[in-house]
Design a protein around this ligand. Structure first.
Ligand SMILES: [Zn+2]
Length: 385
């Protein structure tokens, strides 16, 4: 089959042509749902506020529930003048498909659907069940997307055993890296109060910058943990710092500091918060803090069935075993993993994601389809035919 007519590419083009900027789905889930329905999947649309989610499930023989997870929404196109081709008109140039969402992650969604079609055609009586969890809220505030679907599934005790998220995990070629976890993310917004006054009369004022500086220094110097085999050490970074009226002769009355920790499984958010508050208290600061817990860390170890099945599948396509990594930002895997599911991310090369002229190579999507199909075979077919 020539690259141009490969069914994964055709479906990817159909999805890219829908301008589904977060939280819009723009009909993408309908296109995918139709294809899955034809395979015998039961569709359940879960609409929460402005977000459309699709839960689709096909039961076959007894066994575990496999899930393909992903998102139909994309980030905005940005400056249209900087695009060489219109972002929502899929365009093929020299073996590369251009368009917003090509790599993140409409290409992966297309590969998942086509992999399923092929797998079910060859193994209609496979063991276990297959599902799709698709949201239109991954790039946005992630309030009404995957997390709400998972809440719904948990409430009725519907458990995913293995889950592949189609986030673009690869760096130089498709399948070089699989993400088997992500660091946790904890943000603190700190306000420190002093007493505003004239710089010439410091005894009548209290400078919150001076008061907070040693505490901030200690935070920046703290070794939170050493990391472990899967995670780098927890890191702390100040992202915003603001005080002062703009005048050169006024001691500020308040200081605002925002900071973020990307943390390993050696710590919990609660442990980190405790240590940070103890540091503030140790310096006698008059302060208030607001925490935002953006996501817990998760880890799927290489002793699990999913890592083994996926690594073998990737190797059968590329000839090389993929590397496991927990680097990078957060993904919706953080909402699925706490249910006890094994969760991995496997998708195309991520060099162009969120940029202008986003692209994916034809070859990536063709190989990704084979990797997904082979993973299903490894997990859901008894005697590997
Ligand atoms: Zn994504």
């Amino acid at each position: 089959m020539s690259e141009q007519t490969h069914p994964t590419l055709q479906l990817a083009r159909e999805l890219i042509a829908r301008a589904s900027v977060t939280p819009e789905d723009a009909g993408c889930q309908q296109i995918i749902g139709k294809r899955l329905q034809a395979l015998g999947f039961q569709l359940e649309s879960m609409v929460f506020e402005d977000t459309t989610n699709l839960w689709a499930r096909r039961d076959s023989q007894p066994g575990g529930l496999f899930c393909f997870a992903g998102h139909t929404d994309v980030v905005p196109a940005g400056d249209l003048d900087k695009w060489n081709t219109p972002p929502f008109e899929p365009t093929d140039i020299d073996g590369v498909l251009f368009g917003r969402g090509a790599a993140d992650m409409k290409g992966s969604l297309a590969a998942m659907v086509v992999a399923c079609e092929r797998f079910i055609a060859k193994h209609p009586e496979h063991k276990g069940s297959i599902s799709f969890l698709i949201t239109s809220d991954e790039e946005g505030p992630f309030i009404n997307g995957t997390t709400r679907v998972i809440d719904t599934l948990e409430a009725r005790n519907e458990k995913i055993r293995w889950c592949i998220v189609g986030e673009p995990s690869s760096t130089s070629y498709c399948g070089d890296i699989i993400k088997n976890g992500r660091r946790g993310s904890l943000t603190g917004d700190l306000q420190v109060w002093g007493i505003q006054g004239h710089v010439a009369y410091p005894h009548l004022a209290r400078n919150p910058v001076h008061q907070a500086a040693p505490a901030l220094h200690e935070l920046a110097e703290t070794v939170w943990d050493e990391g472990n085999d899967y995670f780098p050490p927890t890191s702390f970074q100040i992202s915003n710092l603001h005080a002062g009226t703009g005048a050169g002769n006024v001691i500020p009355g308040t200081l605002h500091v925002s900071f973020n920790l990307r943390y390993s499984t050696e710590n919990t958010a609660e442990q980190l918060k405790d240590r940070i508050l103890r540091i503030f208290d140790g310096y006698g600061l008059d302060y208030a803090i607001h925490w935002t817990h953006n996501g817990q860390p998760f880890l799927t170890t290489d002793s699990g069935e999913l890592v083994q099945a996926t690594r073998e599948a990737v190797k059968s396509v590329t000839g090389h075993l993929p590397k496991l990594s927990t680097a990078g930002g957060t993904s919706d895997g953080r909402f699925i993993a706490p249910t006890g599911a094994e969760v991995l991310e496997l998708g195309p090369v991520n060099a162009s994601i969120h940029k202008v002229n986003e692209y994916v190579s034809h070859n990536d999507l063709i190989e990704l389809t084979d990797m997904y199909e082979q993973t299903l075979i490894n997990l859901l077919v008894n005697d590997k035919e």
